[in-house]
Design a protein around this ligand. Structure first.
Ligand code: NAD
Length: 241
């Protein structure tokens, strides 16, 4: 029964679905009636998130154009189309500028920015056939207001995700809405080493991934039908500091 559910009948591709925010998004979307196409470098983890729910899962490396085309094609066929995409695959490599090898800088941009671009690019022909299609990219509070030593390449990748989201919102309107979500600290495997840093946040605690997933659901559903090009801070008030 999907009647009355917030994503009834929607077919949504979610990257990074094996862990953290992407996994929480997948679980919430499945519980709200969506069919999901779950993608991750960790194919076993993506399949475990899907369980017996409606949709499909596949392994993907979002930095590899061919891998993305193949995986998106597979899940699109299994779901019978794509109405929306959530880009949650990402990495955070830290290091002050001279301590970070050039390869690490490039890897960060490759996964967080180019990966987002390649997934949207592969989904676009499907989104163009859908009704009220949506794209939600997970950026970061560090992409809106960078303020931390050792995070310059991460902040650069996430600021670029905000910029791409806004540009595409203009390019793809009115058929496809494109927004980004900018979390502060979130209690996931990526955020775990930094949990003690949440003292600066107005709410004084890190987010649970389900709290980020709710904002992504809103941006992926008709409830946000007049919102495009937004960079939504879901950061417990970090932006005020
Ligand atoms: P996570 O490490 O728990 O999950 C990230 C997932 O992305 C993993 O399952 C991983 O396998 C997958 N992934 C990594 N590289 C990939 C690749 N090349 N191809 C396909 N999949 C790949 O991290 P998370 O905290 O859930 O992060 C999700 C997103 O949210 C990331 O973009 C991250 O930058 C962003 N974010 C996280 C926080 C935080 O505090 N956790 C804060 C702000 C933004």
């Amino acid at each position: 029964m999907t009647e009355g559910k917030r994503l009834a009948g929607r077919k949504i591709v979610i990257t990074g679905a094996a862990s953290g925010i992407g996994k929480a998004v997948a679980e919430l979307f499945m519980s709200e009636g969506a069919s999901v196409g779950l993608l991750d470098l960790d194919a076993t983890g993506a399949a475990a998130t899907l369980g017996e729910n409606s949709g499909a899962s596949a392994g993907v490396d979002v930095t590899d154009e061919r891998s993305v085309e193949t995986a998106v094609g597979e899940v699109a066929e299994a779901m019978g189309g794509i109405d929306g995409v959530v880009n949650a695959a990402g990495i955070m490599l830290t290091g002050k500028l001279l301590d970070m090898p050039v390869d690490a800088w490039r890897k960060q941009i490759d996964v967080n920015l180019d990966g987002t671009y390649l997934v949207i690019r592969a989904c676009l022909p499907h989104l163009q056939k859908a009704e009220a299609a949506t794209v939600v990219n997970i950026a970061s509070a560090q992409g809106l207001l960078p303020n931390a030593p050792g995070l310059s390449s991460y902040a650069a990748s996430k600021g670029a995700v905000v910029a791409v989201s806004r540009s595409l919102a203009a390019e793809l309107a009115p058929a496809i809405r494109v927004n980004s979500v900018c979390p502060g600290l979130v209690d996931t495997p990526m955020g775990a080493p930094y949990m003690q840093n949440s003292g600066n946040y107005a709410l004084g605690r890190p987010a649970d991934p389900t709290e980020i997933a709710e904002s992504i659901l809103w941006l992926s559903s008709p409830a946000s039908s007049y919102v495009t090009g937004a960079a939504l801070a879901v950061d417990g008030g970090r932006s005020f500091h």
